[in-house]
Design a protein around this ligand. Structure first.
Ligand code: HEM
Length: 500
């Protein structure tokens, strides 16, 4: 203890390292790291089987994510923890396996077809959500907004990514076994990072690892059935000479590349593609939207400013199209929904970019509540970070977007305040270095779906914040859950109020 008295970072024990302190703080781990990283820009945490180095300074982050990229792959440890869920998909692979998938997916994301198709899908599903909210508001029912958003983004990614409709956002909100199993699996694999006994549990098939096994079976059943359906449709289109009817969703592109063969390895790699895109496209966007709505309802002036921007936008866009806005009677469900539909017709990829305050609200949310709150990388060879910290091959280095957004040395004295205005300089939107605003990662592995995510989040938030005011259900506690994605542990329970 005496020899560690000046140590910045958690105190450690022989063999156990800082495992006890980390386990005790597991449920609030992101804030535990905020405390240490605000005292020191780099924190070293020895654990029983590896040393974790946490970094929050942009220069160090740039070194790891770009300058010395090859030395910091996902690595063996991360791969072994996540393999059961993500297999060798883009999130969980390195080297050639990663490069090939990145190339295919980049081509797909750059295609205008996919952009136009996603705009339509995002609009349709935002409307579905709006209509569920309208019904709840007339019936004075509470809703779990996070759950609804998860359903919306799951339906969207399945449609855009794999060309299938799963309709989890149907008005009766049917149970979705796949979504439940996916969440359970995500929580359990995250726990592996700090549970030294997971391999024993897995070997004995007990506790969390037994539950993981059951969840993976459900996930696999769903995923293989999506792949079979898509393959059958492609086959049918080819046989009837309707090549132009083959859709260009992400999965179809991977199926085409895989060629005719349908051996187990090909099927497994397609399964990995699907699950990696579900984790990429569903949870991240739904989580960010949930925190954004929570931010607007806890910051009335932000909700008002956003509402005004959307009202003005609606009038301007209608004028541009020589359309007159329909009368909106908030006490008449039909009139209300008609106006929402009219508004949504005004939302296109280009017009949505004319909403700077909306953009700032989303970006500010991601600064404080990044969907990926910490992102570990393996270390191949010993290295020295720009601040002089020595890291050892075989360990892990983690950049921590959740902490980075809250550090005064990165964002000034009001770092922990939600203030969308910080994204404007002289009335114009400003962009920050991706090594400082790291919500989408940076460097060669920067998020591929950033533009698509902004499109969907703008579409959904514009529709929701234009027509509804949200109130938190009394007594409901909002806090994050420990998993790879920063979702809310108890959901987001709200009452919904219509706006003219
Ligand atoms: C708010 C929404 C989103 C956020 C904050 C976000 C953030 C991130 C982050 C931090 C990574 C790096 C993860 C890692 O190192 O493993 C990443 C990677 C990725 N994201 Fe996103 N993402 C979002 C939405 C999306 C969407 C909607 C898609 C696609 C439909 C997508 C596709 C991807 C892909 C394919 C990668 C892997 C890139 C690679 O390893 O080369 N993301 N994203």
């Amino acid at each position: 203890r005496w020899s560690q008295r000046n140590k910045k970072g958690p105190k450690t024990w022989p063999i156990l390292g800082a495992a006890i302190e980390q386990l005790m703080n597991y449920e609030r781990m992101h804030d535990w790291l905020v405390t240490y990283l605000s005292q020191s820009k780099t924190v070293v945490v020895p654990m029983p089987f590896a040393t974790y180095t946490y970094i929050a300074e942009p220069a160090n982050v740039e070194h790891v994510l770009k300058t010395n990229f090859n030395n910091y792959p996902k690595g063996e440890v991360y791969h072994s923890y996540m393999e059961v869920l993500l297999g060798d998909g883009i999130f969980n692979s390195d080297g050639e396996t990663w490069r090939k998938q990145r190339k295919t997916a980049s081509l797909e994301f750059a295609s205008k077809n996919l952009r136009d198709f996603s705009t339509k899908v995002f609009r349709d599903y935002s409307l579905k959500l709006s209509s569920i909210l309208s019904t709840s508001s007339f019936l004075n029912q509470q809703v779990d907004m996070q759950e609804l958003l998860m359903r919306m983004t799951l339906d969207s990614i399945c449609k855009v990514g794999f060309g299938v409709e799963i309709e989890s956002l149907a008005p009766n909100l049917p149970d979705n076994l796949f979504a439940q199993a996916f969440d359970a699996a995500n929580i359990i694999v995250t726990l592996r990072f700090i549970d030294p006994f997971w391999k024993i549990k897995k070997f004995l098939n007990i506790g969390s690892e037994a539950q993981l096994d059951r969840s993976i079976k459900i996930i696999d059943d769903f995923t293989y059935s999506v792949i079979r359906t898509r393959k059958a449709e492609i086959e049918q289109a080819k046989n009837s000479g309707l090549h132009n009817k083959i859709k260009h969703d992400i999965l179809s592109r991977f199926i085409e590349l895989a060629g005719e063969g349908s051996d187990d390895a090909t099927e497994k790699s397609l399964r990995d593609v699907v699950l990696n895109f579900v984790i990429a496209g569903r949870d991240t966007t739904a989580t960010t939207l949930s925190w954004a709505i929570y931010m607007t309802l806890t910051h009335d002036h932000v909700a008002e400013k956003l509402y005004l921007e959307l009202k003005t936008f609606e009038e301007d866009q209608a004028k541009l199209r020589n359309a007159s806005l329909l009368h909106c009677d908030t006490e008449d469900p039909e009139s209300f929904i008609r106006r929402i539909h009219q508004f949504s017709e005004l939302l296109t990829k280009d017009s949505l970019e004319k909403l700077p305050y909306l953009h700032a609200v989303i970006t500010e949310t991601l600064r404080l509540y990044p969907a990926v709150p910490q992102d570990p990388k393996g270390i191949l060879k010993d290295d020295v970070l720009p601040d002089g910290t020595k890291v050892k091959g075989g360990g892990m280095v983690t950049y921590v977007p959740y902490s980075m957004g809250r550090m005064e040395y990165n964002w000034g004295p009001d770092a922990s305040t939600f203030r969308p205005e910080r994204w404007f300089k002289d009335g114009v939107l400003v962009h920050e270095s991706p090594f400082k605003f790291t919500a989408f990662q940076a460097g060669p592995r920067i998020c591929l779906g950033k533009d698509s995510a902004y499109l969907q989040m703008r579409m959904a938030l514009a529709t929701l914040c234009r027509f509804y005011r949200f109130r938190l259900v009394a007594g409901h506690t909002v806090k994050y859950r420990m998993m790879t994605i920063l979702s809310m542990a108890n959901g987001l329970k709200l009452t919904i109020h219509r706006r003219p």
